[in-house]
Design a binder for this molecule. Sequence first.
Ligand code: DLZ
Length: 158
Amino acid sequence: MSRAGAPQAPKLDAGGLRVLIIAASWHEKVMDGLLGGALRAARDAGIDSPTVLRVPGSFELPVAAARLAPDYDAVVALGVVIRGGTPHFDYVCQAATLGLTEVSVRTGVPIGFGVLTCDDESQALDRAGLPAAGEFAGSKEDKGFEATSAALQTALLL
Ligand code: DLZ
C-alpha cells in the first residue's frame, strides 16, 4: 500500500508520547479502516493505548483539536468527506483543513491530517487501509496509518 513519491514509513520509537486520535463518525466503514490504520501505526511505534475521541463530523475536528492539543505531544485527525450535490462538501473540507492547520501552527502540536476528501465512496475505500473482503479487493492506500506516522515523526523531531 504505497503511492508514487510517498516516503517509506520509518520504524519509529515513540513510546512515552501522549497521542490523541480524533475521529469523525460519518461513513462508518471507511472510518473503521482509517481508525484501524491509525491504531496500527501507533502500536508499531510503541504506543499501546492512544486516547481516541469520536466527534460527530469532520467539521468538529478542529474545535476538538483546539481544546485538547495542548495536553498531547501529537494529534491525529481522521475524517471522510464525500462530495454531494451541493457546495456543502467544499465548506466542510475547507473548515477541517484550515481549522486543523491553524490549531497545529498556533499550538506547535503536530496534527496528522487523515481527512479524506473524495468524489465518491469508492475513492474513499481505496484509501482506507481496509483488507480484501468478498467483492472488495482491498484498499490501495492506508491514510490513517500514514497520517499517524507523520504526526509521530514530527513530534519526535520537535
Ligand atoms: C453535514 C455533513 C455532510 C453533508 N457530509 C459530511 C461528510 O461527508 N463527512 C463528514 O465528516 N461530515 C459530514 N457532515 C457533517 C459535518 O461535518 C458536521 O458534523 C455537521 O455540519 C454539524 O456541524
